[in-house]
Design a protein around this ligand. Structure first.
Ligand code: FPP
Length: 239
């Protein structure tokens, strides 16, 4: 019997660079924040679908360490959308069973948003549905600097010696400490870069770049990316 896409398990961990919101809005003559609002809707759909098909971890790039270069209006629009989403997620937690984690330096966010992140994380810790890792004020290089500082502090306080450092030990200092590396990273919108996303964790990830803009990204697009993933020959440096 031939195996169809539906019989195949999706990757355990999928990561997505939610790109193309601005162009989606521009094409429609709308302000950029209308694109982000449509992007937040696309995220709701895809997170829900990922949960129903059995994805265990979904990591999304919502705001990078470089995104502070945008206009104040755009930044506050994105922050408002995130706040609204987290309030709704906290309210619907018992129904959706999504577990929330946050990757990034949250200290630069407003106290109100920081509290929503902490509440979403602590109140969802017991749920066993998909784990959503929200990357907020996240940069892959910034994460490695943070981890190096934390390890250095543990050397100074006597917990470790410099020669203790291994790949596994360093992984434990990252935001993703307890999360397996993503098998699949998807970037919609036609851009062919990683843009400082999951630099350490993506060493052996399969990348799927798609032309669709994030607000238009559908369940079918996720199926397509997963099908492409299943067609790849993953050798991890072997033959
Ligand atoms: C990249 O598109 C997108 C962002 C920098 C923001 C992502 C934010 C959201 C999807 C909204 C908040 C999220 C949730 C889940 C509530 P871009 O603006 O760089 O697009 P462009 O390259 O076309 O300009």
């Amino acid at each position: 019997m031939e195996l169809t896409q539906k019989d195949r398990k999706p990757p355990r961990h999928i990561a997505i660079i939610m790109d193309g919101n601005g162009r989606w809005a521009k094409k429609r003559g709308l302000p950029r924040n209308a694109g982000h609002a449509a992007g937040a809707e696309a995220f709701r759909r895809i997170a829900n679908y990922a949960r129903t098909i059995g994805v265990e971890y979904l990591t999304v790039y919502a705001f990078s360490t470089e995104n502070w270069r945008r206009s104040e209006e755009e930044i506050s629009g994105i922050m408002r959308l995130l706040g609204a989403y987290l309030r709704e997620a906290i309210r619907d937690m018992a129904k959706n069973h999504v577990r929330f984690k946050f990757f990034g330096d949250l200290s630069r966010l407003s106290p109100e948003l920081q509290k929503l992140c902490l509440d979403a994380q602590s109140q969802s810790a017991q749920y066993d549905g998909v784990q959503v890792n929200f990357c907020l004020n996240y940069g892959g290089r910034d994460e490695l600097v943070m981890a190096a500082k934390a390890f250095a502090a543990d050397v100074v306080n006597g917990k470790h010696a410099p020669e203790d450092l291994t790949e596994d030990l360093l992984s434990g200092y990252l935001y993703s400490a307890d999360v397996p590396d993503p098998e699949l990273i998807i970037r919609p919108s036609g851009e062919l870069r990683t843009s400082n996303f999951l630099l350490w964790q993506s060493a052996y990830s399969e990348f799927v770049f798609m032309d669709v803009l994030w607000p238009d990204f559908s369940e079918k697009d996720l199926d397509k990316a997963i099908a492409e993933f299943h067609g790849r020959n993953r050798r991890f440096g072997g033959v």
